[in-house]
Design a protein around this ligand. Structure first.
Ligand code: NAP
Ligand code: MG
Length: 475
């Protein structure tokens, strides 16, 4: 595990955070590998069944007091959490650089600064959240649901946790977190931040372990009121089924196959911007984001122009410097299967060239495939790697229809010179988020999917509402 050639820091986490205390984990040890170096960079002790029971019991016991706290007090604790994370931003970025492989600059900007902005937006939403309103003679109360189990993926080890846990704590629920086994380390640092911020015992609990054991136990547990899950669509389907046995509420943030649609009136300048931003978005985080704009849909007569622009943009993503690795050897194998001939249909052509890959790490060549058949595997399935498909459309209506030809609906983009027409196209996209002409990420806007991209909304006031029951009191 710690042989002499290991260059990575090895972070040892033998304790779990349960009921406001650090306690020895009762499960087996798990090694965490740095996907850029293929070296062990962490060893954690997983939770046992008993640890999960203790965590749920602690969260249940802490709920009434936390739910009853004045909003200003919950906001004050979250503000301290925010300040501690901001003070320790470099520590978080270093952990994420090691466990997830993102290059240092991206580890800071995407993986740490974005969740800090989400905390700020959530605190602002909390301070104006309508916990009480009126309809006629009814007082409408929004009440936190109880214990929330958060189950998170490896692609954004801090952000995916923050977007669930912080709105849940803001609402007044208590939380048991099971982070991804591939990237559990940032969650430990976050638990230390919650502890240092003075979060009351039991309000937040950390139980790392496998999805099949710890995740399943939380999903079945009668004292868990809601499961908030981010990850793959197949596991989301399993969780929805298991949660149905106890009629738990579920929030599911699943996969995507998001489309970037260039309308026929786009100027050359706007087209160039659309291609550059779509490539950047698709390749962000090594292509491992759920909202990746992985289908670029353009007017048929401009395909050649787009191919040149996209190939030039893709060439700037050198693996090992600007482009990080994939999370694992398995994920690399999966992504490579989309680069095999035929995956994009019989007319598909690769417009990028192979590049040198670092000797170590799970890197792949960033790739743009053009003339992709909209019904092909490449156009239909989530790749979760730096692979962009270009598809051609006969008209603007056709472009929107191709965009909507997906089981998914998470992100999206529209580019058009007439901004009213672009907004009208955005309205016809069956997806939870659309960026028009380069509109940027809003840390307070609701985030979630249509169709098989999931159910429920995270972040800000919608994230708070997502973990609240609604009660009507007649007077
Ligand atoms: P995953 O298998 O869906 O895992 C996500 C989380 O769910 C992990 O914490 C996992 O635990 C846990 N889990 C697995 N099986 C479970 C079960 N039966 N009950 C309860 N929890 C369970 O996703 P992944 O392996 O991380 O990634 C696979 C694919 O998911 C990717 O290729 C990508 O398509 C998609 N993905 C989507 C997003 C997104 O934001 N929408 C993010 C990441 C991945 P362990 O893995 O620790 O055992
Ligand atoms: Mg998995």
């Amino acid at each position: 595990m710690t042989d002499a050639t290991t260059r990575d820091t090895v972070q040892r986490e033998a304790e779990l955070y349960i009921g406001g205390r650090w306690v020895p984990g009762g499960g087996t040890d798990l090694e965490v590998e740095n996907p850029a170096t293929e070296q062990v960079t962490g060893v954690i002790t997983q939770a046992s069944t008993g640890d999960v029971e203790a965590a749920v019991a602690a969260a249940k016991a802490a709920f009434p007091e936390w739910a009853g706290r004045p909003v200003a007090e919950r906001a004050a604790v979250l503000r301290r959490v925010r300040d501690i994370v901001a003070e320790r931003a470099d520590v978080f970025a270093d952990i994420i650089n090691r466990e997830q492989g993102s290059p240092p600059k991206l580890a800071r900007a995407l993986h740490v600064d974005t969740p800090i902005a989400v905390v700020d937006a959530t605190i602002a939403a909390l301070e104006r959240f309508p916990f009480a309103s009126e309809i006629g003679n009814s007082l409408i109360r929004r009440e936190p649901v109880g214990v929330v189990a958060a189950i998170t993926p490896w692609n954004l080890p801090l952000h995916q946790v923050v977007v669930k846990v912080v709105p849940a704590l803001a609402a007044g629920t208590t939380v048991v977190l099971k982070p991804a086994g591939l990237t559990p380390l940032a969650a430990f640092e976050l638990a230390r931040a919650f502890d240092a911020a003075g979060l009351p015992p039991g309000v937040f609990n950390l139980v790392p372990g496998s999805g099949r054991v710890v995740g399943d136990l939380l999903t079945r547990h009668p004292d868990v009121a809601q499961v908030s899950f981010t990850g793959s669509t197949p596991v989301g389907r399993t969780i929805a089924g298991v949660a149905a046995e106890t009629l738990k509420r579920v929030t599911l943030e699943l996969g995507g196959k998001s489309a970037s649609v260039v309308l026929s009136d786009a100027t050359d300048e706007l087209l160039a911007k659309a291609v550059k931003i779509t490539v950047a978005n698709c390749f962000l985080n090594g292509g491992q984001t759920c909202t990746a704009l992985s289908r670029l849909i353009v007017p048929g007569h401009r395909v050649e122009q787009v191919e040149e622009l996209a190939a030039a943009a893709a060439a700037k993503y050198a693996p090992g410097s600007r482009l990080g690795p994939l999370i694992s050897a398995d994920q690399r194998k999966e992504v490579e299967s989309f680069l095999e001939p035929g995956a994009g249909g019989s007319a598909a052509v690769t417009v990028t060239s192979p590049v040198d890959l670092p000797a170590h790490g799970f890197y792949v060549t960033p790739t743009v495939v053009s003339r992709v058949d909209p019904d092909s595997r490449l156009a239909q399935e989530e790749v979760f790697g730096p692979v962009l498909s270009i598809l051609s459309a006969g008209s603007d209506d056709d472009a929107v229809a191709i965009a909507n030809n997906s089981i998914y609906g998470l992100g999206g983009a529209v580019w058009g010179t007439d901004s009213d027409a672009a907004l009208a196209a955005a309205a016809r996209m069956q997806t939870g988020q659309v960026d028009v002409n380069g509109g940027t990420f809003n840390a307070g806007a609701p985030f979630g999917g249509y169709k098989q991209s999931g159910t429920g909304r995270e972040i800000g006031e919608y994230g708070i509402a997502d973990v609240c029951e609604i009660k009507a009191v007649q007077r």
